[in-house]
Ligand binder design. Structure first.
Ligand SMILES: [Zn+2]
Length: 280
């Protein structure tokens, strides 16, 4: 893939999701202020563009890297190792967050992206590396349309059955391919099946990712029917709620249909569908 093709996308992502908000306590993460929300044309965040370098004096030039702007992946600060994943978002107002796991999948993900675009809503997609490898263009589309992509491992294993080296491989490979397709390394990780362990928290923090779980499970993975999925979301709606849906991993036609029902309901109920922010 051409790197420069992704450069513009990366700039856009930085503009849209630059200020990674401080993670709150109690398993919540702060909902960003001024981020793009449904139904509003939010002002673009300042772009942390190329910075003018001050003139160097004396021997200072020796401290400057010869090319580029330094190591590309160094996190600005080390993340604290959590003992529990983040379950909800905090902040003022009626914010909720939508998450879609296990994709991308060519049969379902484009429909979900179309619906999100129709309502001008941004969401999080926790993708699996092996699916990204097959459908890179869908991750590129997520980037183009302002969604946040998180790491959901390469093959979706039960992490509690793997050793630390295996977990590291599952997570690191996925972060690498996300960077290559999305334009930015993921800042969020979600353990398959919600099965967290200490290694996953530690490795996630080392790789610059916060652990993100959910508040309301649509149970779409059980294929309970469109009405049940819709009811789960609508009855579970509340400020700070993180909704779990799936755009892959089985027949997700019910998920695709249900979102046409519950998304306008949430918007009409005054909810702002947001994506999290953290400080880069
Ligand atoms: Zn999953």
């Amino acid at each position: 893939m051409q790197k420069d093709h992704f450069f513009t996308r990366r700039r856009m992502l930085l503009a849209g999701a630059a200020a990674l908000g401080a993670a709150g306590t109690g398993g919540a993460v702060l909902a960003g202020v001024g981020e793009k929300t449904s139904g509003t044309a939010a002002a673009p965040a300042p772009v942390p563009g190329p910075q003018a370098r001050p003139a160097l004096k004396g021997s200072a030039f020796r401290l400057q890297p010869l090319t580029g702007d330094g190591p590309p992946h160094t996190p600005a600060h080390r993340l604290k190792v959590r003992e529990e994943p983040i379950l909800r978002i905090s902040g003022r107002g009626r914010h909720m967050m939508l998450t879609f796991d296990d994709g991308p999948n060519p049969d379902y993900t484009p429909h979900i992206l179309d619906t999100l675009a129709k309502y001008d809503v941004r969401a999080m997609f926790f993708v699996c590396g092996e699916c990204v490898a097959d459908y890179r263009e869908l991750v590129a589309r997520m980037a183009d349309e302002g969604h946040v992509v998180g790491n959901h491992t390469w093959t979706h294993p039960l992490l509690t059955t793997l050793n630390r080296k295996e977990i590291h491989s599952e997570m690191a490979r996925t972060s690498d391919i996300i960077e290559d397709t999305y334009g930015e390394r993921p800042q969020w990780f979600r353990a398959p099946y919600g099965a967290w362990n200490r290694a996953a928290f530690q490795l996630g923090a080392e790789m610059g990712m916060e652990p993100m779980a959910w508040t309301v499970d649509t149970t779409d993975w059980m294929e309970p029917g469109t009405d049940t999925i819709t009811d789960r979301v609508e009855s579970g709606a509340a400020p700070g709620v993180v909704v779990l849906s799936h755009d892959a991993g089985g027949d997700r036609s019910q998920t695709v249909h249900a979102i046409h029902e519950w998304l306008p309901y949430l918007i009409d109920s005054g909810y702002h569908l947001t994506v999290p922010r953290r400080r880069l």
